[in-house]
Design a binder for this molecule. Structure first.
Ligand SMILES: *Cc1c(COP(=O)(O)O)cnc(C)c1O
Length: 395
């Protein structure tokens, strides 16, 4: 007799397509191929030295035991101080939760407010994990697509039209992965007003808040007043801003009842984030001068690459690309080639050894996601190959 089938959760989950492309590119690289990788969703920089040092000191001092589930007290305190300093947002340490990676913070946020049968509005192009998290909570994602004609930003009317009596949660992500789009405060206020009118919760994924360029500014939605703060779960973290993806530390700040629920869920699912790693995160927030200088260096490099990648993409006949103002991604439109984006990416990797993620992985057919968290040399070499590939398609 064969064993019984796996669970509905195991059978219905889609593996992360971004990690899949990256894995294929890395396998080619390991086999000796000269691959230009634009697929990775992480900074190419190492974690700043003072952060690593604080973690090593904590490890040597024996910070190797269980810690409180929602995080070590000084870190929770430093998180709320940061929100006060950056946004004037008043919180208590009890409202801050440290979880094993911003991804898990998002998942726990969804689990805290969504039940089976609920609907969740997910703006597309979306970060690949949102639909899966919603499904794992037994809820249903409702996608609302904003393409490059509106700068990949939803309007309040588009949100309004997707709301049903079952809608419980609206997910927002500005700056956005995968498009790099940054909403203005005004635009977010108008969208949040719709959520308020329909009594929805809001999960605001502000993971890229510090990676903004030109005149763009991050917006912390929980600052829109007490009524909005009472329904907003704010996720941020250390991975992208401080080049700490492998540390697995993310943060949630939320109204007290939600923060308590998240902490209780986490107590049964993972317990605390690695104790000595939390001391590294604490140094990132406390040693402001060193951290600020490191972030500034990364921002300057990202901005230079953003501009050069954008300019070179738009020089390719048939490709059009908006100049996104946040994160480290561009999302060029390749629909003019009349090829499915998945086929485009597979052939681009096979024939030219250039790794990019198809827009359809993010719910938007006809685009590519290119990460510019890679060296200037890879960017110019990779775009030259992409241009050659595109020229071949037009012949
Ligand atoms: C990378 C990312 C996260 C989570 O990052 P972690 O590595 O889990 O801390 C969350 N949201 C978005 C949009 C991201 O791109």
């Amino acid at each position: 007799m064969n064993p019984p089938p796996l669970s509905t959760w195991a059978r219905n989950v889609s593996p992360s397509p971004t990690l899949a492309v990256d894995a294929k590119a890395k396998a080619l690289q390991a086999a000796g191929e000269d691959v230009c990788g634009f697929a990775a969703g992480e900074p190419d920089f190492d974690t700043p030295e003072h952060i690593k040092e604080a973690c090593i000191v904590a490890l040597k001092a024996g910070k190797t035991k269980y810690a409180p589930t929602p995080g070590i007290e000084p870190l929770r305190q430093a998180i709320v101080e940061r929100y006060a300093a950056e946004y004037g947002l008043k919180l208590t340490a009890a409202q801050a939760i440290v979880s094993p990676g911003g991804k898990f913070n998002c998942y726990l946020g969804v689990l805290a407010v969504c039940s089976p049968g609920d609907e969740v509005i997910v703006p597309a192009p979306y970060w690949v994990s949102y639909p899966e998290m919603v499904k794992l909570a037994g809820a249903t994602p409702r996608f609302v697509l904003a393409d490059d004609r509106t700068g990949f930003r939803l309007t309040p009317e588009m949100v309004e039209a997707a709301i049903t009596p079952r809608t419980r949660l609206l997910i927002l992500n500005s700056p956005s992965n995968p498009t790099g789009a940054v909403y203005t405060r005004k635009e977010l206020e108008a969208i949040v007003a719709v959520a308020l009118r329909h009594n929805l919760y809001i999960l605001s994924d502000e993971m890229y808040e510090h990676l903004v360029y030109d005149d763009a500014r991050p917006t912390c939605i929980a600052t829109f007043g007490p009524e909005v703060a009472a329904r907003t779960i704010t996720v941020a973290g250390f991975s992208k801003t401080y080049a700490m993806t492998g540390w697995r530390i993310g943060t949630t700040v939320a109204p007290l009842p939600i923060a308590k629920a998240i902490s209780e869920l986490q107590s049964q699912m993972s317990s605390n984030v690695t104790t000595f790693a939390q001391f590294g995160a604490l140094a990132a927030l406390k040693e402001k001068d060193k951290t600020g200088a490191a972030v500034q260096r990364m921002l300057v490099a990202f901005d230079r690459r953003r501009k050069s990648l954008h300019a070179e993409l738009n020089r390719i006949p048939g490709v059009s690309c908006l100049l996104a103002e946040g994160a480290f991604y561009l999302f060029p439109n390749i629909s003019s080639f009349g090829l499915k984006d998945l086929d485009f990416c597979n052939r681009l990797l096979d024939e030219q050894k250039v790794a990019a993620v198809p827009g359809s992985a993010f719910g938007a057919e006809g685009y590519l996601r290119l990460s510019y968290a890679t060296s200037d040399e890879i960017i110019s070499k990779g775009v030259a190959r992409l241009a050659g590939f595109c020229a071949g398609l037009r012949r």
